[in-house]
Design a protein around this ligand. Structure first.
Ligand code: NAD
Ligand code: HSE
Ligand code: NA
Length: 816
C-alpha cells in the first residue's frame, strides 16, 4: 500500500488535477488501493487566513469568498460531467455557507481566536478533497472522501497541534480496515482534539498527515508530489548547476532541508523515518522524472557529500573572557537562558581553550539575546570576567551535508580550499562528531560565490565554471574569443571546464554579463554597450560581481592594467596575462605580484610573456621547482626578428619584410618595440628573474640592430620611412652574412647573472642556424642538463599560438 500526497500546486488547477488523477488512476489500474492525501488548492490557505484577519479588523470578505467559490466551481465545471456536477456543487456549497457564517461571526465579534482560525483554515483542505474525490469518483467508483479530523487526534494547541499517536494509529487502522476496497481521499493538515474541535498540524502539515497514515498503515512508500524534481544539491536560485539528488538518507534529508530546501519539512516525516518507510519526492509537472528517494540506507551512493545547504541572514553573538575558562556551568547557564526565552540557536562553536563561545541566531533574536545575557551575567561582566557581548550581522551559514563524509578524509580540506581560493573569509566553523555536516559562517555577500565554488569543488562529475574578465580585443583578444567559442563543448565534455566570459573591455567600451557573454556576437554587443571603458570601473564591477573561480585576463600591450594586478590578486582573483610590461617592470613589482598571488592562493600565469604559446615559462618553473639550477640560457626570443632574418634574403627589402611581419601579427602593436630589442629585453629579463636573478631592465645589455636614425623615429610612420631610407645599411649587413655563408641571428644570453642580446652571424654549425618562420628557440644549460642542453623550439609569435597559450593558462587556473 502506498500513500500519495499532493501539495497545493498539484491541486492548483484543472491541468494539475487532471495529472493528479492520472497518477492515482495508474496505481488503481495496477490493482493498488492508495491513500491519497491532499493539500488545499494553491494559495487558498493564505486567502482563508487573510479573510479571517480582515474580518477580525471589521473588513468585508465577500469578494474573496466569491473568488474562493469560483476557483472550486470552475474546476468542477471543467472536470465533472454535467450530470455529476450538481451533487458536487451542493457538497461544496454547504462548506462555503458554513465558512461564511464563521467569517460573519468573526466580523461581528471582531475577534479571531486560534480555535476559530484553525477551523476557518481547515476549509481549504476539506473543499479541495471533497472536490477531487468527487471528480475521482467519475473514474473509479471506489473513491472515498475522508475528513482526517475524524481520525487524527491531537491536543488543543489549535494551530500547531500535537498528535496522540497511539489513538490516531488505531483510528486510522480501523478506518482502513472498514474500507479496504476503497481509494481514500484524505484531507491533509487537519485534525481534531478530544472534544472533536478542529485543530491543524502546523508547518508542512499535509506531509505530516501523509507520514502519519503511512506509518499507521505500514505503507511500502510515501510519495510526496510537488512542483520540483526532488531535493537539490543546493539552492537552485543561487547555484545554477544544482541538480536533483536521486537518493538521500533520512539524516541527510533532515540536514539539507533544515537550511532552506523547501521541498519537505523534515520533522513532519519522522513517523515515516521511525518505520523506515521510503519517501519519494516526485514532480506532478514532470511525472516521468524519477525524483528523490529518501530512505534509511543509501549504500550504493559514493558521493562524499550529498548537498550544500545554506541559510541567509543570520547574526552571531560572541562571548569571551577569562571568566569562562574551566567554568563548567557557564554554557549550561547560557543555553538554558536562551532555551527558556525561546531563542532558537542555529549553530554553536566553542574553542578548546574555552575562552569563547560563538552562537548563531535569527537577526531579530540577536538584540534580545544580548540583553538577556547582559542581565544573566551582570556580575561576571562587571568583574571583567566576561568581555562585552558582541553581535555581528549580515552573515550566512553554508553547510556541506552527507553521511559518507564519515569514511572520507579530505572533505573539510576540499571545503576550506574552495572557500580560501575564492577569498571567502570563514567567521566560525562547526562540525558535529557524527560527521555528516560541516557548517561554516561567512559574510552574506559571499554566500552565492561560496555556494558555487563549493558546489564546483565537490560535484566534479559536472564541470567547473571559470568566470573570466578580459581586457583588450585586438589580435590576441579576438583570437582567444574565437578559440574559446569553438571549443566550448569539447572543454565541458572532455575537460570538465566551462569558461564564461563575463566582462570585456577595450579602450572605448565595456560590457558585463554574469551569465556569460555570447561569443558569437560579442563584438556587436560591445559596440552597442552604453558603458564607456573605464579601467577603475571595470575592476570595481569585477570585484562587486564576486564570482567564484574568477580570472582577470590582460590581452593588452598597455601599462595601465598593470597598476591593478596587485589589487586584483589581493581580491583573490587570478591573473592571466600576455602583456609583458608587468613582469618586466621593476623587480620589486615583479616580486609583489608573486607575493600577492601566493598570499591569496590564486594563480598568476604569463606563459605567453616568452615565446608565445611555447612551454618556456612552465619548463623553467618545473626545472627550478625540482631543484635544478640554470647555468646558462641562450635563446632567440623575438618571433618578429626571427621571421625578418629568415625572410631577408637575396633581393628582399628590409622595410617590406618588417611590414610583412606586422601584417602577420608577429610584431608588438608598435613594431619599434620589437626592432629596438625592447620586446626581447623584456623576455630575457623575465627569464632571468624566474631563474632567480634580481635583475632590472637597465642591467640587460642590448646591441642594437638598427642604425641610430631609426632608433630615434618619433612615430611608427617615421620609423617605417626610416627603414626605407636606411635600406643600404640593412642590405650591407645581409650581404656580408651571405658572403660568409652565414645567417643573421639576434641572440639573447643569460650567464652568471648577466643578460645580454647581441646581433650575430652564425654558420651552419651553430645550433640556431636552422630556424624558419617566426621560430623561437631556447636552450637551457642546467646542473642536470649539462652535457646537452634542454631545448624548446617552435613558432614564437602570432595570434593563434599566443591566444592558445592564454587559453591554456586560463584553463589551468585553479588546477592545483
Ligand atoms: N602577437 C604576438 O605574437 C604576441 C605574443 C605574445 C604576447 N603578445 C602580447 O599580447 C598583447 C596584445 O597584443 P595584440 O597583438 O593583440 O595587440 P593589439 O594592439 O592588437 O590589441 C591590444 C588591445 O588592447 C586594447 N587596450 C589597450 N589598453 C587598454 C585598456 N587600458 N583597457 C582595455 N583595452 C585596452 C586595445 O584597444 C587593443 O584592442 C601584447 O601585450 C603583446 O605583447 C603578443
Ligand atoms: N612581438 C613578439 C610577439 C611574441 O611575444 C615577437 O615578435 O616575438
Ligand atoms: Na611561452
Amino acid at each position: 500500500m502506498k500513500v500519495l500526497k499532493f501539495g497545493g500546486t498539484s491541486v492548483g488547477s484543472v491541468n494539475s488535477i487532471t495529472t493528479l488523477l492520472d497518477i492515482v488512476k495508474k496505481e488503481v489500474d495496477n490493482g493498488e488501493k492508495p491513500v491519497v492525501v491532499l493539500s488545499a488548492m494553491g494559495g487558498v490557505t493564505n486567502l482563508l487566513i487573510n479573510m479571517a484577519e480582515e474580518a477580525a479588523k471589521g473588513n468585508e470578505f465577500t469578494a474573496q469568498l466569491a473568488e474562493l467559490e469560483k476557483r472550486h466551481f470552475d474546476v468542477v465545471k471543467s472536470l465533472l460531467e454535467i450530470s455529476n456536477q450538481n451533487p458536487a456543487f451542493t457538497r461544496l456549497k454547504i462548506q462555503f455557507n458554513q465558512l461564511e457564517e464563521l467569517l460573519q461571526g468573526v466580523l461581528t465579534l471582531r475577534e479571531l481566536t486560534p480555535k476559530t482560525r484553525a477551523l476557518i483554515v481547515s476549509f481549504g483542505e476539506r473543499c479541495s478533497t471533497i472536490m477531487v474525490s468527487k471528480i475521482a469518483a467519475q473514474h473509479f467508483k471506489n473513491a472515498f472522501f475522508v475528513d482526517a479530523s475524524d481520525v487524527i487526534k491531537t491536543d488543543s494547541a489549535y494551530g500547531n497541534a500535537k498528535v496522540d499517536t497511539e489513538l490516531t494509529e488505531l483510528l486510522i487502522r480501523d478506518l482502513h480496515q472498514a474500507n479496504t476496497d476503497k481509494v481514500l481521499f484524505v484531507t491533509g493538515f487537519i485534525a481534531s482534539n478530544g472534544e472533536g474541535q478542529i485543530t491543524t498540524l502546523g508547518r508542512g502539515g499535509s506531509d505530516y498527515t501523509a507520514a502519519i497514515f503511512g506509518a499507521a498503515l505500514n505503507a511500502e512508500e510515501i510519495q510526496i508530489w510537488t512542483d520540483v524534481n526532488g531535493m537539490m544539491t543546493a539552492d537552485p536560485r543561487m547555484v545554477k548547476k544544482a541538480f536533483p539528488l536521486p537518493e538521500l538518507t533520512y539524516t541527510e534529508a533532515m540536514e539539507l532541508s533544515y537550511f532552506g530546501a523547501k521541498v519537505i519539512y523534515p520533522p513532519t516525516m519522522i513517523p515515516a523515518f521511525l518505520k523506515k518507510i521510503p519517501i519519494v519526492i516526485k514532480n506532478t509537472f514532470d511525472t516521468e522524472f524519477a525524483g528523490t528517494v529518501i530512505k534509511h540506507d543509501c549504500r550504493e551512493s559514493n558521493l562524499a557529500i550529498k548537498g550544500i545547504s545554506s541559510i541567509n541572514n543570520i547574526s552571531i553573538l560572541n562571548l569571551q573572557g577569562s571568566g569562562m575558562v574551566g567554568k563548567s556551568g557557564f554554557s549550561g547557564r547560557l543555553f538554558s537562558l536562551l532555551a527558556r526565552e525561546q531563542i532558537n540557536v542555529i549553530l554553536i562553536t566553542q574553542s578548546s581553550s574555552e575562552h569563547s563561545i560563538t552562537f548563531a541566531v535569527q537577526p531579530d533574536n540577536a538584540l534580545r539575546a544580548k540583553a538577556l545575557i547582559e542581565q544573566e551575567f551582570e556580575l561576571e561582566l562587571l568583574a571583567n570576567k566576561l568581555d562585552a557581548v558582541v553581535i555581528e550581522d549580515n552573515l550566512a551559514i553554508l553547510a556541506v551535508v552527507g553521511e559518507n563524509m564519515k569514511q572520507t578524509p579530505g572533505v573539510s580540506g576540499k571545503l576550506f580550499h574552495a572557500l580560501g581560493r575564492n577569498g571567502v573569509n570563514v567567521r566560525a566553523i562547526a562540525q558535529g562528531s557524527s560527521e555528516y555536516n560541516i557548517s561554516v559562517i561567512i559574510g552574506e555577500h559571499d554566500l552565492a560565490k561560496a555556494l558555487n565554488a563549493v558546489h564546483d569543488a565537490f560535484f566534479v562529475d559536472l564541470y567547473k565554471t571559470l568566470y573570466a574578465f578580459c581586457l583588450g580585443t585586438g589580435n590576441i583578444g579576438k583570437t582567444l574569443f574565437k578559440q574559446l567559442n569553438a571549443h566550448t563543448e569539447f572543454l565541458r565534455k572532455e575537460n570538465g571546464i566551462q569558461v564564461k566570459i563575463v566582462g570585456i573591455s577595450n579602450t572605448r567600451k565595456m560590457i558585463f554579463n554574469s551569465d556569460g557573454i555570447n561569443l558569437d556576437n560579442w563584438e556587436e554587443k560591445l559596440e552597442a554597450s552604453n558603458k564607456q571603458a573605464d579601467l577603475r570601473a571595470f575592476i570595481d564591477v569585477m570585484k562587486d560581481m564576486n564570482l567564484p573561480n574568477c580570472v582577470f585576463i590582460d590581452n593588452t600591450a598597455s601599462p595601465k592594467p598593470i597598476e591593478f594586478y596587485e589589487e586584483v590578486l589581493n581580491s583573490t582573483i587570478s591573473v592571466v596575462t600576455c602583456n609583458k610590461i608587468g613582469n618586466s617592470g621593476s623587480y620589486d613589482q615583479y616580486k609583489r605580484f608573486r607575493d600577492a598571488a601566493r598570499q591569496h592562493g590564486v594563480d598568476f600565469f604569463y606563459e605567453t610573456n616568452v615565446g608565445a604559446g611555447l612551454p618556456i615559462i612552465r619548463t623553467l618553473k618545473d626545472l627550478m621547482n625540482s631543484g635544478d639550477r640554470v647555468q646558462r640560457i641562450e635563446a632567440i626570443l623575438s618571433g618578429t626578428i626571427s621571421f625578418i632574418f629568415n625572410q631577408f634574403k637575396g633581393d628582399a627589402n628590409f622595410h617590406d619584410v618588417v611590414k610583412l611581419a606586422q601584417e602577420k601579427g608577429y610584431t608588438e602593436p608598435d613594431p619599434r618595440d620589437d626592432l629596438r630589442g625592447t620586446d626581447f629585453m623584456r623576455k630575457i629579463l623575465i627569464l632571468a628573474r624566474d631563474a632567480g636573478h634580481t635583475l632590472e631592465a637597465a642591467d640587460v645589455e642590448i646591441e642594437s640592430m638598427l642604425p641610430k636614425s631609426c632608433l630615434e623615429a618619433a612615430t611608427v610612420e617615421d620609423f617605417y620611412a626610416c627603414l626605407k631610407q636606411e635600406d643600404a645599411y640593412f642590405a650591407a649587413i645581409k650581404d656580408k652574412a651571405e658572403a660568409e655563408g652565414k645567417v643573421l641571428r639576434y641572440i639573447g644570453k643569460l650567464e652568471d647573472g648577466k643578460a645580454s642580446i647581441t646581433l650575430q652571424m652564425v654558420d651552419e654549425n651553430h645550433p640556431f642556424y636552422m630556424l624558419s618562420g617566426s621560430d623561437n628557440i631556447i636552450s637551457f644549460t642546467t646542473d642536470r642538463y649539462k652535457e646537452r642542453p634542454l631545448v624548446v623550439k617552435g613558432p614564437g609569435a602570432g595570434a593563434e599560438v599566443t591566444a592558445a597559450g592564454v587559453f591554456a593558462d586560463l584553463i589551468n587556473v585553479g588546477a592545483n
